[in-house]
Ligand binder design. Structure first.
Ligand code: NDP
Length: 327
């Protein structure tokens, strides 16, 4: 496994990590979740990603129970949660990034996990109703109280991240070290263009999500629609619609042929493509089966096969290279 610092922090994160969205506490049995975590841990993955909204709190309970049963030393792994969406309550105080929700959500996540502290705590989306100052102060205070060690954002704009940084800096508070954006062959703008300056200035780390675009970049939707997969799950019609577009399907077919030429499976090539970006601190893997994770772990060594020439061929297939503004 390769490790690197998360942004300018001293936190060393494995380049591949494991997330639990839609799987833990929902799509897969707890035993499978435990097997996935064991395989990940045995292969040097040290970061497990979670959020209050995942299976409405159940994902944290399942992960917490597994961590307890495994008895791994607390200093050998990083565990995260995220607040913003709540766990289903519709009242205005039950979601968002107010001091009230962040403090209560952190407390609740710790209980569900049965942990004393979270290594990483994310603001899962920006909150237009709460001043950024209040959010920064609250995250700083949670760190001072020992309930979280580092904090970050998810799907914030570069401007919002900079606002949080500047406020933290002016007031000698601890600012965010990491952003969690979507990043895969189809969604590139934020990671490749929007954040390009702040990698250099504030030293932003990135923990990127949906590297396989929810599985479409595995190539398994190329022919007949397969049973028992994410895009066939009830309630996820929006995700299916977003991903199974004719343009994406055409690109996936061409990418599949290229991956075969390289002697790689498409998921391995797609994950290695994400890893090739030096501004990606860690690629968060999702898996519903142990065999998928076993396969995906091979992406680390596959990076060597993605030469400049191969990267150019991928670029030509995708035809979506984000453009830097001219000024
Ligand atoms: P992916 O895009 O990689 O999708 C993972 C899914 O693809 C798996 O659950 C599985 O679904 C399928 N899959 C994975 N590997 C293979 C394979 N080798 N062959 C065939 N199918 C495969 O990642 P996720 O969307 O799961 O995102 C990863 C993590 O990122 C999440 O768990 C979460 O922690 C985080 N995340 C964060 C978000 C945020 O807003 N901050 C939003 C979304 C995710 P199946 O078998 O069911 O088809």
């Amino acid at each position: 496994m390769q490790y690197n610092n998360l942004g300018k922090s001293g936190l060393q994160v494995s380049r591949l990590s494991l997330g639990s969205w839609l799987t833990f506490g929902k799509q897969i049995a707890d035993e499978t979740a435990a097997d996935l975590m064991q395989l990940a841990y045995d292969n040097g993955i040290n970061f497990f990603d979670n959020a209050e909204i995942y299976a409405r709190g159940k994902s944290e309970e399942v992960m917490g129970e597994i961590l307890k049963k495994k008895g791994w030393s607390r200093d050998s792994y990083i565990v995260s949660s995220k607040a913003f969406f709540g766990i289903g309550g519709e009242l205005p105080t039950q979601k968002g990034l107010s001091r009230k929700h962040l403090v209560e959500a952190c407390e609740a996540a710790l209980k569900r996990f049965q942990l004393d502290y979270l290594d990483l705590y994310y603001c899962h989306r920006p909150d237009k109703q709460t001043p950024i100052e209040e959010t920064v102060w609250t995250m700083h205070q949670l760190i001072m109280q020992g309930k979280i060690l580092y904090w970050g954002t998810s799907e914030w704009s570069a401007q919002e991240i900079m606002e949080a940084h500047m406020f933290a800096k002016q007031n000698h508070l601890i600012g965010p070290i990491v952003e969690q954006p979507e990043y895969n062959m189809f969604v590139r703008e934020k990671v490749e263009v929007e954040f390009s300056q702040i990698y250099k200035t504030v030293g932003l780390g990135t923990t990127v999500w949906s590297p396989l675009a929810s599985g479409i970049l595995s190539g398994k939707y190329n022919a007949e629609f397969p049973d028992g997969t994410r895009l066939g799950m009830e309630g996820l019609e929006w995700l299916k619609e977003r991903n199974l577009t004719p343009e994406r399907m055409q690109a996936v077919k061409e990418l599949t042929m290229l991956s075969k030429e390289l002697g790689l499976s498409l998921p391995i090539m797609s994950l290695a493509w994400c890893l090739k970006n030096p501004n990606v601190s860690t690629v968060i893997l999702g898996a519903s089966k142990v065999a998928q994770l076993q396969e995906n772990l091979k992406a680390l060594e596959a990076q060597a096969l993605l030469t400049d020439e191969v990267m150019n061929r991928i670029e030509a297939i995708l035809g979506n290279k984000p453009v830097f503004p001219a000024y």
